[in-house]
Design a protein around this ligand. Structure first.
Ligand code: AMP
Length: 424
């Protein structure tokens, strides 16, 4: 039997319905905050991610889904959204052709070759927002607040953890301090971290496997080594977040896995019911656009994991819609049901037709299993008299209508729907 590729999931039935509604709500929230949709391809040249995400990151070193295409070009499935959006921002001259700041969002699948577990998949989905052309701490705060608005909408409890990881002025000095500190602790570090000491020492702070927690009190942290400009930015960020009613936890160990962040870095943690409790993360990346060959453009943004969000959306947040169904009991009635289905398609009711003749008992059993609210039966008598029998599956009440009385029927169904939704 051929099975789905490891770490990649199917979605159908109620879950697909709830996922679709969740995406619609997210779009509505970010669009009203003035972010416009941005779509980029699933694949890019791998060079983009090497430069944009960083050669020393796990995402590039271990987790890429990459391949050579028929002409030998080295292609990768996108592991995150920012690099692609930055590529497109430069390619289309958006800094000159569009108003600034340029605010965008995307929703779609991303691919990382990670060890699959609950909350961690090889194909997963993210909502991302990015803002180009604004270097203010207030915009960082608004960006973080937008993530909070999404979580608040779904009534999720969470904590916002923020940090500053400095800039090209203050970070190199701090990195030297970290290298010095960790060099004397090599015996306590995992193999990866021993290699990272020189290439990416900040990552040692959030390494799960060597768990340096007991050492944390003594580890030099970036917020104690910020330059004046970065320190001022961080203070104003905290102030603006409080104005937005976001009460941040200062967490000096947030460094983010990707290389491109400057100053603001943040993560939102929530109880996702598993060990993967980071639901969103991001920050400022003022150098990325110029690093990839574009004009000097400050930028900030976040990505939110939709699988993790989905797992936290309360079960009763969305009601499945009322569905109505028609069944035939004999061949002679089939065309009547076809006509009826055509008429019902003009109205805002969810109608399902089963054209395979069956006994009444079987039809009702099927309707029951499919949680149909009202069924319409087309049997021999109904075919002769051009009528239809309507049965309310909740109360058992039955009525006969003329097949042409579609307006009356629809009205009754809409009244029943209104009552159903008002009770929920
Ligand atoms: P990142 O792009 O690594 O900053 O991740 C942003 C968010 O995407 C995380 O907080 C997770 O919610 C989600 N995420 C990242 N990787 C995965 C994955 N492999 N499976 C599911 N969700 C993920």
């Amino acid at each position: 039997m051929i099975k789905a590729v490891k770490g990649m999931n199917d979605l159908y039935g109620k879950d697909a319905y709830r996922w679709g509604r969740m995406e619609e709500d997210i779009k509505m929230i970010v669009q009203t905050a003035n972010y416009t949709e941005f779509r980029t391809p699933i694949v890019e040249e791998i060079a983009l991610f090497k430069r944009g995400v960083g050669e020393t990151t796990d995402v590039v070193q271990k987790e890429m889904y990459d391949f050579l295409d028929k002409k030998g070009r080295h292609i990768a499935m996108r592991p995150e959204g920012t690099a692609s959006v930055v590529r497109a921002f430069i390619e289309h001259g958006i800094s000159v052709n569009e108003p600034s700041p340029f605010k965008l969002f995307y929703i779609g699948p991303f691919f990382r070759y990670e060890k699959p577990q609950k909350g961690r998949y090889r194909q997963f989905h993210q909502l991302g927002i990015e803002i180009f052309g604004d270097d203010t701490p207030q915009m960082d705060a608004e960006m973080i607040f937008t993530a909070c608005r999404v979580l608040d909408h779904f009534k999720i409890d969470y904590e916002v953890h923020i940090n500053s990881i400095g800039c090209n002025e203050c970070r190199p000095v701090y990195k030297e301090k970290l290298i010095e500190y960790f060099s004397s602790k090599k015996d306590k570090l995992c193999e990866d971290c021993c290699k990272r000491i020189k290439t990416n020492p900040l990552r040692l702070l959030d390494c799960k496997s060597c768990n340096m927690k007991m050492e944390y009190q003594k580890v030099p942290v970036m917020i104690d080594h910020l330059c004046g400009v970065c320190s001022d930015h961080f203070e104003k960020l905290k102030k603006s977040l409080r104005i937005f009613h976001v009460d941040p936890v200062i967490d000096p160990y947030i460094v983010r896995g990707l290389d491109y962040y400057t100053r603001t870095a943040f993560e939102i943690v929530a109880d996702t019911g598993g060990s993967q409790n980071a639901v969103a993360g991001g920050g400022r990346y003022d150098n990325l656009v110029s690093d990839i060959g574009g004009p000097d453009t400050p930028a900030t943004g976040f990505a939110m994991g939709l699988e993790r969000l989905f797992d936290m959306v309360p079960e009763d947040f969305y009601q499945t819609p009322m569905v109505f169904a028609g069944y035939v009991l004999c061949e002679e009635a089939v065309d009547d049901l076809v006509h009826f289905a055509k008429h019902m398609s003009h109205h805002p009711v969810t109608f399902f037709a089963d054209y395979r003749p069956k006994k009444i008992k079987k039809a009702l059993q099927k309707a029951d299993k499919a949680q149909i609210s009202f069924v319409f039966i087309f049997g021999e008598n109904e075919a002769k008299n051009k009528t239809v029998l309507m049965k309310n599956m909740t109360t058992g009440e039955q009525k006969t209508y003329g097949q042409h009385e579609v307006m009356l029927i629809v009205r009754e169904l809409m009244d029943a729907s209104a009552e159903f939704y008002s009770k929920k």
